[in-house]
Design a protein around this ligand. Structure first.
Ligand SMILES: [Zn+2]
Length: 78
């Protein structure tokens, strides 16, 4: 009987650890934009529909057009 209780406790403990692990590391998609005018690069969160080569947003430094030069996943630990 004691063994059964121990087994149940172990299973609860393990599922708890698993849940924590899933929460601790998650992936976010980021994109890098480069200014076509002054080559200034900014990084921001990926928005659905964006793709590499898309002209998007204006440069915060010179007001020129910015192009997406890369999209990538980044692991984030909470
Ligand atoms: Zn610029």
């Amino acid at each position: 009987m004691a063994l059964l209780i121990l087994l149940v406790l172990y299973m609860i403990y393990e599922s708890y650890i698993k849940k924590r692990r899933e929460k601790e590391s998650t992936y976010v998609t980021r994109e890098a934009l480069i200014c076509l005018n002054c080559r200034y690069v900014i990084e921001k969160d990926f928005e659905p529909g964006d793709f590499i080569g898309l002209i998007k947003d204006t440069c915060p430094r010179c007001g020129g057009k910015m192009k997406i030069k890369g999209i990538y996943g980044v692991e984030v630990r909470i």
